[in-house]
Write a protein that binds this ligand. Structure first.
Ligand SMILES: Cc1ncc(COP(=O)(O)O)c(C=O)c1O
Length: 470
C-alpha cells in the first residue's frame, strides 16, 4: 500500500496490521467490560489531557494513533455496553451485530442510493419487511434508517406536516410555512424532549403545542383530550423515558383518527413490546397510528447508532424528505435517502439485519422478556424499602426514590461514585428519582443482585440510622 502523497511515509503496508491491532484492543475491551469501573475514574479522566493538543504539523505513525486511542481513550469510556450500566435507556451490543458492524465498516458503503450499495439497499428492504411483521404494523409501512429516535421522530413529523398540508390543499412546496393554515399538536405532557426539538425544527411554536394532563405514570388521560383543531397531529408514546409506561392506544387512537388527525407513536425503546407475547398487550391498538419511531440501539441491542422511522403513508414520508439532483440516479430497487433527512449515510442495515437474523422472532421476544424479568426481579429486591417504587409495570424501567429528594440525590451520587453500577437520575412529577433501565443482553440475575445490594448500601449510607431500642 503506498501513501505517496503523505510526507515521510511513502511505503506503508499497515492495513492488515492496523485492523489486527484494533481487533485485539477491541476484544480485550469487550472481554473486560464486566470488571470495568462503569464510569471512568479520575486518573483516566486526567489522562484525557493527552488529546488536548494543537493539530499536528506532520503525519504520525498510524500504529501510534491507534495505541493512543486504546491506551488513553479506552479507560475514559463509560462501560455503557456492559452489564452493569443502567443509565438513560442504553442498549448493549449483541456480538453478532458488533461483528457485522465491523465487516460493514470495512465495506464502508454509502447507503444513499441502491446504486451506491446494492447490499445495503437489499438489507434495508429485508429489514423493513421483518420489522413491520414483528411489530404488527401495516404491510404498506415504509421504513427509513436514521441515527436514532430523535431523527426518526423528526422525519415522521415532517411526513405528518406534508400529509396534513396536502389534505388542506396548501401548496407547501411553493409557499412553505408563510401564511400556511395552522397545524396543532397534542400529546401527553410527559413526552420526550426530542419531540419538542423536532417540532421546533419543523417550524412549530409553543402556541401550537398542547401538552395534556397525564396520570402518575405519564400516560395521557383520555379525559384530557379536547376536541382537536382541523389540522392536528397527536403524539403518543410507547415507553415513557422514566416510567416505561405506554399510552392507551386502543382507546385514544380511534377517537383522534375520527377527527382526521395524524397519530405518531414515539416508541424509542417500547415499540419492541409488540414483538413479545408477554408485553404485546401494551401495544394494543398501536398499529392504527400513522407513523412510529423506534431505536435498534436500545432494546434490540444493535450498536450505536441505529433508529427507524416507520410510516404507513409512503408518499407522505417521501414527499417530506425528497431531494433531487440530475446526478442522483434513482433507478434502483431502493434509495434509502428518500426515507431519511440525510443523503450520505453509513449502511446501518448491515448490523440491524445481522441482529434480527441471529435472534429471529423468538430471540427478539426472549430478549424483551429477559429485560422485563430482570426489572421484576429488581422490584422484588427493593419491595421492602427503603426505596419507594414509583412506577408500576415499567416494561424495562424501574423508577425509585428515597423519602427526601436530598437523600435520593445523595444515594445516586454514592452509587455513581462507587463505579460498580451506573444509573441516571431525573425529576419525576416534582420528585427526585433514580431511573434504572435494564436494556443490556449481558445483564443476568447475578448483576441484578449486585445492583440491589449496591442500592441498599447507598441508601444506608445516606439515610440516618434509625435509633436502636434501649
Ligand atoms: C421515549 C424516547 N424518545 C426519544 C428518544 C431519543 O432517542 P435517540 O437518543 O435515539 O435519538 C429517547 C431516548 O432515550 C426516548 O427514550
Amino acid at each position: 500500500m503506498t501513501f505517496s502523497w503523505l510526507p515521510g511515509q511513502s511505503e506503508l503496508n499497515l492495513q492488515q496490521d492496523l485492523l489486527d491491532a484494533a481487533a485485539f484492543a477491541a476484544k480485550h475491551y469487550a472481554a473486560t467490560l464486566d470488571a470495568r469501573a462503569v464510569f471512568p475514574g479520575q486518573t483516566a479522566l486526567t489522562a484525557l489531557a493527552v488529546f488536548d493538543e494543537p493539530i499536528p504539523e506532520d503525519p504520525c505513525d498510524p500504529s501510534i494513533v491507534l495505541e493512543t486511542l486504546a491506551t488513553h481513550g479506552g479507560p475514559a469510556t463509560t462501560a455503557s455496553s456492559g452489564p452493569n450500566y443502567y443509565g438513560f435507556v442504553t442498549g448493549g451490543s449483541l456480538p453478532i451485530a458488533l461483528a457485522a458492524r465491523w465487516l460493514g465498516d470495512a465495506w464502508d458503503q454509502n447507503s444513499a442510493l441502491g446504486r451506491m450499495s446494492p447490499i445495503a439497499a437489499q438489507l434495508e428492504q429485508t429489514v423493513e419487511h421483518w420489522v413491520t411483521d414483528l411489530l404488527g404494523l401495516p404491510k404498506e409501512t415504509l421504513m427509513g434508517l436514521v441515527s436514532g429516535s430523535s431523527i426518526a421522530g423528526l422525519s415522521a413529523l415532517a411526513a405528518a406536516r406534508s400529509h396534513l398540508y396536502a389534505k388542506a390543499q396548501w401548496p407547501f412546496a411553493e409557499k412553505g410555512l408563510q401564511g400556511a393554515p395552522p397545524i396543532h399538536i397534542y400529546g401527553p405532557d410527559s413526552l420526550h424532549g426530542s419531540i419538542d426539538k423536532a417540532l421546533s425544527l419543523l417550524g412549530f411554536g409553543a402556541n401550537q403545542m398542547h401538552w395534556l394532563a397525564t396520570d402518575s405514570e405519564g400516560r395521557l388521560l383520555p379525559s384530557a383530550l379536547p376536541t382537536l383543531a382541523p389540522n392536528a397531529i397527536v403524539i403518543l408514546q410507547a415507553g415513557q423515558v422514566c416510567t416505561g409506561a405506554f399510552d392507551d392506544f386502543a382507546s385514544i387512537i380511534p377517537i383522534v383518527k375520527a377527527q382526521g388527525a395524524w397519530v405518531h407513536i414515539d416508541g424509542a425503546f417500547g415499540l419492541w413490546a409488540a414483538a413479545c407475547d408477554r408485553t404485546r398487550h401494551l401495544m394494543a391498538g398501536a398499529g392504527q397510528a400513522d407513523s412510529w419511531s423506534v431505536d435498534a440501539h436500545k432494546t434490540l441491542n444493535v450498536p450505536y447508532d441505529c433508529g427507524l422511522v416507520l410510516c404507513r403513508h409512503p408518499s407522505a414520508l417521501k414527499s417530506a424528505l425528497t431531494a433531487s439532483g440530475s446526478y442522483l440516479d434513482q433507478s434502483s430497487i431502493r434509495n434509502g435517502m428518500e426515507m431519511t433527512p440525510e443523503m450520505s449515510r453509513r449502511a446501518r442495515s448491515v448490523e440491524l439485519w445481522a441482529a434480527l437474523k441471529f435472534l429471529g422472532r423468538s430471540g427478539v421476544a426472549g430478549l424483551i422478556g429477559h429485560f422485563c424479568t430482570l426489572a421484576a426481579q429488581l422490584r422484588e429486591h427493593l419491595r421492602d424499602g427503603p426505596y419507594t417504587l414509583i412506577n408500576e409495570g415499567g416494561f424495562n424501567q424501574v423508577l425509585v426514590a428515597l423519602d427526601e429528594d436530598a437523600q435520593t440525590n445523595a444515594a445516586l451520587q454514592c452509587l455513581q461514585d462507587a463505579g460498580r453500577v451506573w444509573m441516571s437520575g431525573a425529576t419525576w412529577q416534582g420528585r427526585a428519582v433514580i431511573r434504572i433501565s435494564i436494556s443490556n443482553w449481558q445483564t443476568t440475575d447475578a448483576h441484578i443482585d449486585l445492583l440491589a445490594a449496591e442500592m441498599q448500601r447507598a441508601a444506608r449510607a445516606v439515610q440516618p440510622t434509625p435509633p436502636t431500642s434501649p
